[in-house]
Design a binder for this molecule. Sequence first.
Ligand code: TNX
Length: 523
Amino acid sequence: MLASAVAALMVSQSLNLVPWPDHVTPGPGSFQLTDRSGILAGRGADVVANQLRTWLVPATGFALPVSKRRGDVSLAVDSTLRSTLGDEGYRLRVEPGGVSVVGSSTAGLFYGCQTLRQLLPSAIFSPTRVDSTWTAPGVEIVDRPRFRWRGAHLDVSRNFMPKAWILKYLDLLAAHKFNRFHWHLTDDQGWRIEIKKYPMLTEVGSKRKDTMLVYDPPKYSGEPHEGFYTQEDVKEIVAYAAERFITVVPEIEMPGHAQAAIAAYPELGDGEEHEVWTKWGVNENVFNVKDETLDFLKDVLDEVMALFPSQFIHVGGDECPKAQWKASAFAQAKMTKLGLKDEHELQSWFIRQMDAYIASKGRRLIGWSEILEGGLAPGAALMVWLGDEGAEAAVKSGHDVVMAQTTHTYFDYYQVKDRTKEPHSIGGFLPLEKVYAYEPILPSFSEAEAKHVMGAQFQLWTEYIREPSHAEYMAFPRACALAEVVWSPKESRNWQSFSTRLPFHLDRLTQMGVNFRQLDPGP
Ligand code: TNX
């Protein structure tokens, strides 16, 4: 590399931004934010201007005025920028005389302000007053995300997470420019969302009498576990996310991972009484294929769609053992009547019913890899957690996909090889460097096929994650690496650069009170 290029890289790295922007050009001097500064809210910038003001108060103690007339930090939305910067882009200029952030949309402006925050000393993220000089280096940044789906998943069924922490998680996601929160709300071990028409779902389905702590040899907590979100909680969370330009994608699992619902309403399953499950794994108790059961699920989806404006509604679809359908005379007769050759086709039929219903409401279905079994419903999108073949089959037949593979995005896996050094986990091994190396576009994809890759997301399954602080430990800093995978241009992805910037970024997380996993000591 030329010495001048190295020097430019060094300067730009001293900006320590995560995720790294599309274009960064260091400029002369720096800008100092003082108690005489002000925020000039140009066209379309009122909401974000007030957010920026709010972010700056705790650490600086400055209550900066937001005005339409003057201010050295000027914010605006210019939709003509969409042609060059897409729907979520921005341009940010820092000069000694002032800062200007222009978004192609309010989301773009929001991301520009997130970047501006990172240009200030990391203490800007402190929740309490810090004595500091608040300077940002001179720079011009022109930025836009690589992918439109930049997701973070959270399982609250296996272990319930309190609302206050969900809000903190959303703040952290927004700070990394994630824009999808995939909320795994139901599973065998707990139903966590209030459904007014079916109160037993939470009255019975949100409580279990014990929790598995270790699978083999089995060890249990010996204590009951419960929790659910009321519809008021859900509204608050969805609104809080929307203010941060995050769409909450709800997941209601079907036809498998359904034991908590079946515990509440046994007629949805094989008719026997079942308890909310206390252990982990793949469960034989699945929804039956009766019309009444499908109607129940449509009722549930009605309430879900009323609460979540997300275009995509996740119906799970993974790991549905077929034993009960094989043993059921009703299911077998249904298969004959519908001309289906096996239970996989019956699963596909099931998902198609839901796809048609969701589509009739103007939404789109998304489901895990297994919804491919027996053919994908026409408008459905695939969330790929298993191998590449599913992704290939889906995009080649014109379906959209979100890449979420176990190999690179399962943050419930260990972060070190020596398991005795970390809290007990489900297994696996997914170090930071491997997350950073994830490439959501498979080499076999043509340019047209690549357009069907909406993006990628990380998964936080919580079988062995009982506390928010442990969830933070599993999510960070791996989420920082994935943020860069989904936001930054492929050409600029560079592990050396990321590992140089990361320690500075971790200072920000420290200020935000995140219990991230410490980096391994260097060589
Ligand atoms: C597989 S990924 C599951 C989850 C588990 C996870 C644990 C998927 C669609 N199903 O039910 O929590 O593995 O890693």
